[in-house]
Write a protein that binds this ligand. Structure first.
Ligand SMILES: [Zn+2]
Length: 269
C-alpha cells in the first residue's frame, strides 16, 4: 500500500452512507481514481464542504493497486471554481468536459489531459458571458477528444488526403471523422472556411476570441462526432444540456438548417 499525494480534479461526487462521499478524481499522477471521503458529509468535516465537482486540490489517499475504491485521507484545496456553478452555460460545459475524461476511464497518468481539463475549467469559470463560456467549453471538448485519440482531421481531405487551402469550403465526412473536399464529398452541409479554421484552432486548444461564425454548425459537429466516434454504447449524459445551452445562443439560422443531426452534416448519405 502506497500513500499517493497528487494534484486532483473532482469530476463527480456522490453521497455514500449517511456521512461519507465517494469521489471520482482525475489525478495528475494516477489517472482516474475513486476515493472514499469518510465523514465528508458531517457538518464539521475536515474537508469543509470543498469536495464538489470541478474543485482542484492536492489529494492524499492510500493507493491499493487492484482495488476500485481508495481511502482519502486529505484534500488541500487549490481552486474551488465556484463560478462554474453560477452560469448554466459554464456548468453544462464543465460537466461535459468532465464526462469526456470519466468516459475514457483510465488509471494511467496523462499530464496533458490533466492540464487541458484544468485549463478548460478555468477558462469557463473566467468567462464574461454565456457565449464565451460555451466557446471555452467547445475548445475544451475538442482538445480532450483529440488527446483521447479521436482527433478529427481539419487540415486535409480525409478521403483524398489532399492538403486544404485556407479559404477552401469543405464538408464533414462523419464516418471518416474529419473534413473532406467538396469533390470527394459532393453532398451535405458546407463547412465554410471560417468555421473550419475555428474547429482547427479548438482541436489544438486555442479558443476563438470572437463569437463563432456559425454556432449551429459547431453544435451539430460536436454532437455527430461524439455520437459516431466517442460515445460507443455510453451516451454522454451532459451532452443534451450542453447542446441546449448552445442552442439558446444560436440565432434562428440553426433551425432553418435542421437541428444539427447526422443528416444535416451528411446530406445524401
Ligand atoms: Zn478530397
Amino acid at each position: 500500500m502506497a500513500l499517493a499525494n497528487t494534484r486532483a480534479l473532482v469530476l463527480q461526487s456522490f453521497p455514500y452512507s449517511e456521512s461519507s462521499k465517494v469521489l471520482r478524481l482525475f489525478t495528475l499522477e494516477h489517472g482516474l481514481r475513486s476515493v472514499m471521503a469518510k465523514g465528508a458529509l458531517r457538518p464539521k468535516s475536515r474537508y469543509g464542504g470543498v469536495l464538489e465537482p470541478f474543485t482542484e486540490g492536492v489529494a492524499t489517499f492510500y493507493l491499493k493497486e487492484g482495488r476500485d475504491l481508495h481511502t482519502l485521507s486529505g484534500f488541500d484545496l487549490l481552486r474551488s471554481r465556484q463560478a462554474l456553478g453560477r452560469s448554466l452555460a459554464a456548468f453544462a460545459g464543465a460537466s461535459l468536459v468532465a464526462e469526456l475524461v470519466l468516459h475514457a476511464d483510465t488509471e494511467e497518468a496523462n499530464p496533458e489531459i490533466y492540464e487541458s481539463l484544468a485549463a478548460a475549467f478555468d477558462a469557463m469559470a473566467a468567462a464574461g458571458d454565456a457565449d464565451e463560456a460555451l466557446r471555452a467549453a467547445l475548445t475544451g471538448a475538442w482538445t480532450l477528444i483529440s488527446l483521447l485519440g479521436f482527433e478529427p482531421g481539419t487540415d486535409h481531405c480525409v478521403v483524398c488526403e489532399r492538403p486544404l487551402v485556407p479559404a477552401e469550403p469543405v464538408r464533414f465526412d462523419t464516418s471518416a471523422g474529419g473534413v473532406a473536399c467538396v469533390r470527394c464529398r459532393p453532398a451535405g452541409r458546407i463547412i465554410p472556411a471560417a468555421s473550419r479554421a475555428e474547429l482547427h484552432a479548438m482541436v489544438r486548444g486555442r479558443t476563438p476570441e470572437e463569437p463563432l461564425a456559425s454556432p449551429g454548425l459547431h453544435r451539430a459537429l460536436l454532437r455527430v462526432f461524439l455520437e459516431t466516434h466517442v460515445q460507443q454504447d455510453r451516451p454522454f449524459r451532459a451532452l443534451p444540456l450542453f447542446l441546449d445551452q448552445m442552442g439558446a445562443t444560436v440565432p434562428s439560422e440553426s433551425e432553418a438548417e435542421g437541428d444539427g443531426d447526422g443528416e444535416a452534416m451528411d446530406g445524401a448519405r
